[in-house]
Structures are given as structure tokens and as C-alpha cells.
Write a protein that binds this ligand. Sequence first.
Ligand code: BG6
Length: 486
Amino acid sequence: MDAMTFVLFGSTGDLAKRKLFPALYNLFLEQKLPQAFSVINLGRKPLSDEEFQAYVEQSLHTFSRRKPEDRSQVEPFLRNFRYLDMDVTKPEGYRELLKRIEEREKELNIPENRMFYLSVAPEFFDVIALNIKESGLGSGRGWKRLIIEKPFGHDLPSARKLNAKLNQAFEEDEIYRIDHYLGKPMVQNLETLIPANPVLKALWSNQYIANIQITASETVGVEERAGYYEGAGAIRDMFQNHMLQLLMMTAMHLPTPVTEQNVRKQKSSLLKSLRPICKTEAARHVVRGQYGAGEIHGQAVPAYRDEPGVDAASMTDTFIAARLWIDEFFWKDVPIYIRTGKRMKEKSTRIVLEFKDRLKEQNADADRMPNLLTIQINPDEKITLQLNGRNPLKNGRMEPVTLDFSVPSDQMPEAYELLLFDALKGDATFFAHWEEVELAWKWVQPLVEAFEENLLPLHVYPAGSFGPAMADALLEEQGFHWWHDE
Ligand code: BG6
């Protein structure tokens, strides 16, 4: 891997301490970082390099999956960290930054490869990118890359505007857009699961699959993020990105060899085949909800509208369920149900494929269940296949066959580790390409507008439930129901 400088904007923020420092540290322990590297951290607090290194060390003790045992273990890692107090909106600061970067490049004798990670509010993305260009920071003799994380715009026009600005400073293949769901090991596994298993590949179509259900339910509420969430809602926060990525990763038919280009082509082609839902039809295919007061794990929790920072008459969606259709050869007529919500009964991210049972009508077996393939992403990572077989020891109850991918949690790499490692290698397979982002916004845009114009009802669901009952009706229309664990 190329020696490089990692320039972290927003280094005193939440993401850096919770995810980025631990991810870099674990990569370091696994010798997956280059031999020589420099990390230049930027923030608004006045801190010395030593104070900042102590701050990083503290974050590793609190958030890393592997805790540093003693100073000697962590010191060689921290030694690479420098800190600069800088206002990212002012061009002056970038000259000082360039000086610091070049000094370190000389000291370490490393090439001018620079990775810019913008862990800052999205309104700074374009300002920073342009300053990187104008200051000459991006004109080194090595490679340059930009990592940003959603939200990429808040609707189609703003996403396009942002992208045009980024493109003034970075080429598309230099931009790594993080969707952290694409860093989850089980989601990455989907890339190989189908091509590598002829038994699944043979069944991966409307011939055998009756419906697909994709759920990401959370028990947490809006937390301290009302300022952002009020203007976003579940549709922008989860649906436009994570949920559509899960759908694409599930429905892909990848030719071998599996390459970055193939994955991107397939994903874009699936998004293009997603049947549009127009504004006036949204209410027929989409359910939006907002949590009311309720109980989570026996604890009373307030309604969304009573959360700090939330408007008492807020119409923001904290839940969305939708029925989608992919109008292409393999998936024609297979309904795809997607739902995501906050303050639901359980934290669970899973994809369930329900198989057709053509013989069922002729051979009515009262308790016969459909075959289900469940790909569980969270809380544990496992694949479960539900077959029909009776267990004589349990009154003939049917039992699912389980393929368990779980490894002890301190050995399971975190999404950010996998993604940073890929970005450092220059592999963009598990990053969102602009074409995907744009197509996803295009598809979601009429729904965003329908929500804003209140063209569909807002169903209040009790915290701790599976969401509004209307979300069940979406499936009942085709004779299906959501598959839960119980
Ligand atoms: C983030 C959203 O992208 O994903 C959060 O902004 C959400 O609102 C989070 O809680 C869920 O991620 P995970 O990995 O916990 O499923």
C-alpha cells in the first residue's frame, strides 16, 4: 500500500473519535496501513500535538474494539498524528496546512499521496474541496482522494449542485462516498454470496422468489440530532441511501469476474429499472410514520414531537415502508418491501427472501411454511435457511437451518475499517458512485415532494412497536406478511 498523508477535517468531532481513530488503529495493529504515514488533524479547538494525541488515545480506550493494553502499544501509532487549529472556510489556513503536510512528507520521505477525509457538516464539503484545489494541496505529485459521507444533498437538485462543485476539484474516480452500510461485512458478503453459490444463483429470480423484505429497524430515537433529522426524516436519512443500497446489493446478478465496474454497472442498471412511484400515487405504495410515546425494553420513552429540538407539530417521518418493483427480466412481478424506522421493537437489519411454494395449493399442509432465506446483518451476522422438516423431539416443530457467520465481536472488523482500507488501496467497489446517488435521488424525489406536500397520511406508531399497522397492509394486498423473529 502506498505511503500517504491522511488529512482529517473535523478531527475533534463525534465520528472521528467513535469510528475513524479506532478504525485506523485496528488497521495499524493488523499492519494494513502503509509502513510510513502521516495523519494531519484539523479542528477549531486550540490543541497541541501532544494534547491531540492524548485525545486520540482516550478515544481508543473508549471506542476501539481492541483496547490498547499499554502506552508502548499505542505510541507508535499516535506518533503519526499532528494537529492544526484551522478555520476551514478561510483560504489562509490552507497555506499553513500545505506547509505542515509538506514538512511531514519530507521528514518521513513519503510521496505526495493525500487522502482528504471530510468528517464535517455537508455544507462545508464544497468550500473545503475548492480550497484544497486553490491552495495547491490537491496538486501534489502523488494521488489525491476525497472521502465524504452522506448526506449528499437533501434532494435531487441540491445533490447535483454539490456534485458539480466537487467535480471542480476532484475527478469522479477520486471521490469515495461512504455509505457505511456498504462497509458491513455481511453486506459486502452479498457481492460473492450469489455468484459463489450456484444453488442460490439458480434460485435468484422471479421463478422461485415470491417477495423480498428488507428491514432496518432501530430502537434509538432521534437522540441529539433533531437539528439535522427534522429536515431529513427517515426517507433521506436511511431510505435514499442505506435501504436502496441494500436492495441493489441483494438484487444484483453479477457476471464473473466480480469487478468494481461490474458492481457499479449492475447497481445503476437496477436503479434504472426501479418502477417510478409518482407523487400522486405515493400513498398507495408508501407508508410514512412517526413514533409516539411508548416503551423500549421496559423504559418509557417520549413521542418524537416531545423530543428536545423537535417542533411540537412536526410532520417528519421517523418510519417509512414502501413496496417497490424492479421492471427487469429477473425480478419482474416480485414485490420488494422495504421498511426502516426509529424507536421500533428491536434493533435489526435483515433481508428476507420468501420462496414460492407451487405445490402448496395441491398439497394443503396446514402448517407448512414457505422457505425463507434470511440474511441478517445486525445484531449478529448470519444466514438462515428455513426449510420444512419436522423435529421429532419438539412435537414435530419445524426448524430453520442456520449458517452462522458470527465471529467474536472483537475480531469482526468494523465497517469503517473495511472502507478506509479499501479507499487507501484505491478500491471503490463498496462506495457509492455518483450515478447511483443521482439515480437514487431521482427515484426518491417524488416521495420527498409527496411528504413535503403532505399527500400521504402520517401514521403515529407507539415506540417499541413494529411501526404503523398500515405497513402490514402493504404486504397483505399480495397475500404476504412481514417475517419477524418471533
Ligand atoms: C445513519 C443514520 O446513517 O445510520 C442514523 O444517520 C442511523 O440515523 C444509523 O441511526 C444506523 O446505522 P446502524 O449501523 O446502526 O444500522
